[in-house]
Design a protein around this ligand. Structure first.
Ligand SMILES: [Zn+2]
Length: 72
């Protein structure tokens, strides 16, 4: 089985990711660039706030929807 389960990006968390946080640091990235963090249900809020207070957060999308978009 080579089925890869995406794991939450929060430090020390091994839970399966449910959300994709798309973000951009304008000091490092061009405006259309998107970095992504993965988040489980529990850490979505925490990671969103971390990015949000820095003004980096662009989008929060369910992982299934994100993958559907990527497959287009
Ligand atoms: Zn987590």
């Amino acid at each position: 089985m080579s089925d890869e389960t995406p794991i939450c990006s929060a430090k020390g968390c091994r839970a399966a990711a449910v959300w994709v946080l798309a973000w951009n640091n304008p000091k490092l990235h061009t405006p259309d660039r998107r970095k992504t963090w993965l988040a489980c249900e529990e850490h979505r809020e925490h990671l969103s706030q971390f990015l949000g207070v820095r003004g980096f957060l662009k989008d929060v999308v369910a992982l299934s929807e994100w993958e559907a978009r990527a497959g287009e």
